[in-house]
Design a protein around this ligand. Sequence first.
Ligand SMILES: Nc1ncnc2c1ncn2[C@@H]1O[C@H](COP(=O)(O)OP(=O)(O)OP(=O)(O)O)[C@@H](O)[C@H]1O
Ligand SMILES: Nc1ccn([C@@H]2O[C@H](COP(=O)(O)O)[C@@H](O)[C@H]2O)c(=O)n1
Length: 211
Amino acid sequence: MIIAVDGPAASGKGTIARALAKHYRLPHLDTGLLYRAVAHNLMSAHGDPENEQDALAACSFEDRLLDEPALKGEETGRIASIVSAHPLVRAALIQRQRNFARQAGGAVLDGRDIGTVIAPEADAKLFVTATPQTRARRRHAEMQKAGSLKSLDSVLADIRARDRRDAGREIAPMQTAPDADLLDTSYLSIDAAVQRAIALVDARIGRRLAS
Ligand SMILES: Nc1ncnc2c1ncn2[C@@H]1O[C@H](COP(=O)(O)OP(=O)(O)OP(=O)(O)O)[C@@H](O)[C@H]1O
Ligand SMILES: Nc1ccn([C@@H]2O[C@H](COP(=O)(O)O)[C@@H](O)[C@H]2O)c(=O)n1
């Protein structure tokens, strides 16, 4: 069984994807980490994220790099959203994601284009979202715990800029797959959001088995 969980920054898709993976006993891939790994390599090589060749040169890495804590930094996320707009970067990472999705027994993947590009055949697709203000508050709280002094207004501006890049790019833009279930977590606790996600996935699986 393949479950696709897409959505914008700080929407809660990773939290939900990890919970779904635990519930259905499936492996999970946060595909954002792949683009963050590219950003990390490019920054280490002092490359230009706007330069597609510099970004392509940063696409070769071992899976163990995905465990590097530095990948979760906000600047790495910002650079990731720039390099992810290059067609050659997306092409370099697509098979790695498809192989993960199509492994025996299936998987849960979260990102921006799982239900539309990586695994359009997924058995269940969720598009997780929340208001920009809610997402900024969540990201700001995360960053404060990590010692950041960045203001909430600045985090909101970053969230909006990231949304514009992710939804506005030519290739594989962030968008809701026609057959995805929308899950707005703005006014849901984590537990309520997870329970809702499980109900949506169970309903999709049930309909598929009945058809
Ligand atoms: N329903 C919720 N209510 C309150 N906080 C939430 C909820 N869902 C997630 N969070 C918190 O919001 C933050 C971002 O969640 P998460 O990492 O799952 O988002 P994401 O969409 O995967 O983000 P990104 O793609 O930017 O990494 C985390 O600190 C998480 O604990
Ligand atoms: N499937 C994906 C996943 C991510 N991206 C880009 O990477 C950036 C960082 O992702 P996070 O999930 O860690 O926020 C993100 O802003 C996207 O630009 C992508 O293009 N496709």
